[in-house]
Design a protein. Structure first.
Length: 473
């Protein structure tokens, strides 16, 4: 895998339809973040195509919308529309290997090649970027922010890291609004390409140590990110983070948390499947905010999203109405079944603190019910670096099933398996090792009360089958 900016020909500005580009070709076109850009360029009238390793439900939708895709690394399969270096922009994801033949062909033939993050960075120069960074919580907070603004008089463009339940897409377009909402991804230091007008930082628990090496370098990347906020902009940062911000250019600083900070909640009411609170804000308090997805972690996510929306000009009435109508993001507290007999949900939690927050939130809402989870570890390096922390978070459950590791971009590491986590689990809890492919059989044979499918891998592909099995038991 290539790191940093090798082979990038960084063009500034002119990434939209008004530029010289007639066509845009995506390497890694099936990624959730890449697909939002593909939809953006389609809306702007450009020819859009690309390569991905495997077809998926998302690529099927993209093809139906007009993206020209193929699934074999072959320069012969690059359509004629994308063979002119004069008017074709190539966008790639860091997951594309350096020896990829199509990528090599574009490099050798003088095409302008940019990372997805670079393209998003140019958009934050052309518009007012409202960005959400952090180890966890950023997809939900970004989607919330986009929904709040989309439902307000302000409007927004949005490039999200998940499919919203409200709109069935990860992309929103507004030809009138000057704002663009973007998930600021720290992987591979991608967020250093952004120039936010205002940004939230939700958390800085060390992650991606295969990229950063150690926690100090990880924290420094967030510190550098705060120097990129535009003059007169704003930072909204969670209280108590280890990082040290470095603000310049008269950037305003606010902090937030559930119960303290410039932005926080008061008069919190939880019960009967509802969560309602009052937002305390230096930009104007908002009373009786009800969460459309009533899990406790969304209190802080909602506070951060409302802070960004207020900075952009949304009114209290608009915020109150939109928070109640927010329906969430696929694989983020994504309830498939929710009744007195069985609760089934999917959550993308793939880092120890995410798992801890997820379990605690579900425990608060479904107090007294047995909590079970299937966890699919994501990446060998993350398992190696955090297996103690994973076991500690998973031990908050009543029952856990651990599958094999989902490798994503990585090769196996000797001695690193999911059993590292299993062996550290609370010894008196119900715990099991299993194969991912046995999920349907598990659903048929095992009795569950509340079942969560956790992780960023492909176990979620079984959710439709699991839903049908458990619904009909």
């Amino acid at each position: 895998m290539m790191k940093q900016d090798t082979y990038e020909n960084n063009q500034t500005g002119n990434t939209g339809a008004e530029s010289k580009w007639r066509a845009v070709y995506f390497l890694g076109a099936g990624g959730i973040g890449m697909s939002a850009l593909e939809r953006y360029y389609l809306q702007r009238g450009l020819c859009v195509g690309g390569y991905d390793r495997v077809p998926s439900e998302l690529t099927h939708h993209l093809e139906n919308e007009g993206v020209k895709l193929h699934y074999e690394d072959s320069t012969d399969l690059i359509p004629q529309e994308f063979r002119s270096a004069e008017d074709t922009l190539v966008v790639y994801t860091p997951a594309i290997p350096a020896d990829h033949s199509e990528w090599a062909w574009f490099r050798e033939n003088g095409f302008t090649i940019m990372k997805r993050a670079q393209v998003l960075g140019e958009l934050t120069k052309e518009m007012r970027g409202l960005c959400v960074a952090g180890t966890h919580g950023k997809t939900t907070t970004t989607a919330m922010t986009a929904h709040l603004l989309h439902e307000s008089h302000v409007g927004c463009n949005a490039f999200l890291g998940g499919i919203t339940q409200n709109y069935g897409t990860n992309f929103l377009l507004s030809k009138e609004s000057p704002y663009v909402v973007i998930e600021a991804d720290e992987f591979d230091r991608s967020f250093h390409h952004l120039r936010p007008y205002a940004t939230v930082i939700t958390a800085t628990d060390a992650d991606h140590l295969d990229i950063y090496g150690d926690e100090a370098s990880y924290l420094e990347s967030f510190s550098h990110y705060t120097t990129l906020i535009q003059p007169g902009g704003a930072l909204v940062i969670h209280r108590g983070l280890k990082m040290k911000e470095r603000l310049v250019n008269n950037v305003r600083r606010y902090d937030y948390s559930r119960t303290e900070g410039d932005f926080h909640a008061e008069n919190l009411r939880i019960g009967g499947g509802r969560i309602v609170f009052d937002l305390v804000s230096p930009l104007g308090n908002v009373s009786d905010v009800e969460l459309g997805v009533p899990v406790s972690i969304n209190i802080e996510n909602g506070i951060a999203a409302m802070a960004l929306a207020q900075l952009a000009g949304a009114t209290p009435d608009e915020l109150r109405k939109a928070m109640k109508s927010y329906r969430g993001v696929e694989r983020r507290f994504d309830f498939k079944l929710n009744n007195d007999k069985i609760v089934l949900l999917s959550d993308y939690a793939h880092y120890p603190e995410e798992i801890r927050q997820c379990v605690m939130s579900i425990r608060e809402v479904f107090n007294g019910r047995k909590l079970s989870a299937v966890f699919q570890p994501h990446l060998y390096t993350r398992t190696r670096d955090f297996y103690h922390e994973f076991a500690e978070a998973l031990s908050l459950l009543d029952e856990v099933f651990i599958t094999e590791i989902y490798p994503a971009r990585e090769e196996p590491i000797p001695g690193v398996t999911s059993k590292l986590i299993f062996d550290q689990l609370r010894p008196d809890m119900e715990r099991h090792m299993m194969r991912k492919d046995d999920l349907p059989r598990l659903a048929r044979e095992h009795d569950f009360d509340v079942l969560m499918i956790l992780g960023a891998g492909d176990a979620d592909n079984y959710m439709t089958e699991l839903t049908n099995i458990l619904k009909n038991k």
